[in-house]
Design a protein around this ligand. Structure first.
Ligand code: M6R
Length: 586
């Protein structure tokens, strides 16, 4: 949530365009407002705009600012509406600040600062940071000292970068429970993620409580006690920078189309040794959103093939319900971003309250999850920019399949065919585009699946909600008769996942029941000739593969369907309303 950037140029070049280019790469983190502030001589010049980054760009055309040291921000609003006034950078007299995270004790701090005469002009929690820094400047502190002093006062989560009009060559930045990296290229860059640092060959990821002071071409790092440190610089992986849309109109479509290669790379780079399950009597999966649905699929696989009891928990619920962890538990966090705070906190809870081994499946390298996991498996999906997760999901399923089938050579061999079959599914996208025309005007949609296809029904419904804003619900097909069937009429599309598996006949009966009550029934199946699939329904036929892989093949047309429905409804596919790519607030 929220993207922050800072640049200190090595020369006197104007860096405003570069800040904007960086914000373009970070916009997926939040797009409620955007702003930029630069030091111009000994003044801070700032331009902000509500709404997407484009509004800021338009404003900058008539309101030109220039400077060689500056900060920028793209916001996902937490405290205060998405107005220009609440847009970052937030200023006190001589200080401008950009912030990602939440200052949890901002009310107390605000109360004290107001008593001291500081005037608050925004509804944000961040404004206390600006005034606290200003107070330290007033007391004669250097930029670094201001951070040292205020980091003792603020509670919550933050990645903060600040510029000071009286120290025109300096940016100071610090982080706690929100990501922050420092990149080294022609200039020195500070950013929420390295995606915004395409000009950097090397990067340093800050740890919680660490701080960096950048002046000219020099970056000084400090640990939690403000002792100087020399963190290791890492090479920047090209997969995580320079990510464009290529020939596609949207990242979402590009990322859907990239799934065969993402799966192929993931298979090649992960060899799972069954030893990780030795002595494990229970697997505990913690995740949110789409990653949670990947975990739900894994439960079916793990219990069937590893014969290990598996629980899948919504991370945001888990630690607040006093869970009993037990002995010999293997905890697995699943997260694309590696920075979802709910998942991180749930994993921390397991670490602190048990001696369980905690491992993670993540897509973004060096993200926070890597620091609290005993071991991490990386999905090789490459940078996922579209807010709706697609390729990361199928890559997660791929690793989970590798884990589940680690002792089943035949299935591991068959997994190699999956990318080619995914290509086959993607090549029939025209059929799905036509199908979208049949459902895009609906107010509501139902997705049905049984067994490991039930989580895929949930995922299909989540995708449709997120990107097209059509209300959609996923149900276990067998559960329909216990209530949800009341929703069915001729207007509601009922999307049924019916691969040829041990539940095929049961699912096809559920489809008959749905068809008796509504006429807009759509079936996805890999068994074209079956008499059990009613001829009145619209059918989309998928390639055959072992039934275990059906969840991966079936989710792809659902992603495409969502994409084409969203296009027809004219929504902002890559930046759907109210959402942000990584969720770093509870
Ligand atoms: O980065 P994570 O996988 O931890 O994110 C979890 C969810 O926030 C994420 O999957 C979300 O539900 C997506 N918008 C789904 O498309």
């Amino acid at each position: 949530m929220c993207g922050i950037i800072g640049i200190v140029a090595s020369s006197n070049n104007n860096i405003v365009d570069e800040i904007i280019a960086g914000l373009e790469k970070l916009e997926y983190r939040g797009y409620d407002s955007a702003g930029v502030a630069v030091i111009c001589s000994d003044r801070i010049e700032r331009v902000r705009a509500a709404g997407k980054l484009q509004n800021l760009k338009t404003k900058l055309e008539s309101n030109k600012i220039s400077g060689s040291v500056g900060i920028g921000h793209t916001r996902w609003a937490t405290h205060g509406k998405a107005t220009e006034n609440n847009a970052h950078p937030i200023m006190s007299r001589d200080v401008a600040v950009v912030h990602n995270g939440i200052i949890e004790n901002y009310k107390e701090l605000k109360f004290d600062l107001q008593k001291e005469g500081y005037i608050f002009e925004t509804d944000t929690d961040t404004e206390v940071v600006a005034h606290l820094l200003q107070r330290e400047i007033n007391n004669g502190c250097s930029p670094l000292e201001t951070f040292k002093n205020i980091m003792k006062l603020i509670e919550g989560s933050y990645a903060i970068a600040a510029v000071f009009s009286s120290f025109p060559n300096t940016i100071v930045a610090a982080k706690y429970r929100c990501p922050l990296a420092v990149g080294f290229g022609e200039n020195i860059y500070i950013g929420s993620d390295i995606n915004s640092m395409s000009a950097c060959g090397e990067v340093v990821y800050l740890e919680d409580g660490e701080c960096v002071e950048v002046t000219g071409d020099n970056a000084l790092f400090f640990d939690t006690n403000f002792q100087p440190i020399e963190p290791k610089r890492q090479k920047v992986s090209p997969d995580f920078v320079n990510v464009g849309k290529g020939e596609y109109g949207h990242y979402m479509l590009k990322e859907i189309m990239e799934q065969p290669s993402a799966i192929r790379r993931t298979i090649l780079s992960n060899k799972i040794d069954g030893e990780i399950f030795n002595g494990v009597s229970r697997i505990l999966i913690l995740a949110c959103g789409t990653s949670y649905y990947a975990g739900m699929v894994a439960k079916y696989w793990f219990e069937k093939f590893l014969k290990i009891a598996t629980d899948v928990e919504i991370a945001s619920e888990y630690r607040y319900r006093h869970p009993i962890i037990g002995e010999n538990v293997l905890a697995i966090a699943i997260t694309q971003s590696g920075e979802t705070i709910d998942t991180l906190e749930a994993m921390e809870h397991v670490r602190k309250n048990s001696n369980s081994k905690v491992i993670a499946i993540a897509n973004v390298r060096n993200s926070a999850i890597s620091r609290i996991s005993d071991f991490i498996f990386y999905t090789e999906a490459g940078m996922e920019i579209g807010v709706a997760s697609t390729k990361a999901f199928t890559a997660q399923l791929t690793i989970l399949a590798q884990m589940a089938f680690c002792n089943h050579e035949f299935l591991i061999r068959e997994l190699q065919n999956l990318p080619t079959l995914c290509e086959e599914v993607l090549s029939s996208s025209k059929e799905i585009e036509d199908l979208a025309k049949k459902i895009h005007t609906a107010n509501s949609a139902i997705y049905l699946g049984r067994g490991s296809l039930y989580p895929i029904a949930l995922e299909g419904a989540l995708k449709l909600k997120e990107v097209s804003y059509i209300h959609a619900e996923g149900f276990a097909a067998g559960e329909m008769k216990h209530g949800p069937i009341a929703l069915i009429d001729d207007n509601i599309p009922v999307i049924c996942l019916c691969p040829h598996n041990e539940l095929f006949e049961k699912t096809s009966s559920n489809i008959q029941v749905a068809l008796a009550r509504g006429k807009n029934v759509i079936i996805f199946s890999d068994l074209p000739g079956s008499k059990l699939l009613p001829s009145e329904a619209t059918k989309i036929i998928l390639p055959r593969i072992s039934e275990e892989f059906a969840p991966i093949l079936h989710v792809i047309p659902l992603q495409l369907l969502t994409y084409y429905v969203a296009l027809l409804r004219g929504t902002d596919v890559d930046k759907p309303r109210n959402l942000a790519k990584s969720v770093t607030v509870e």
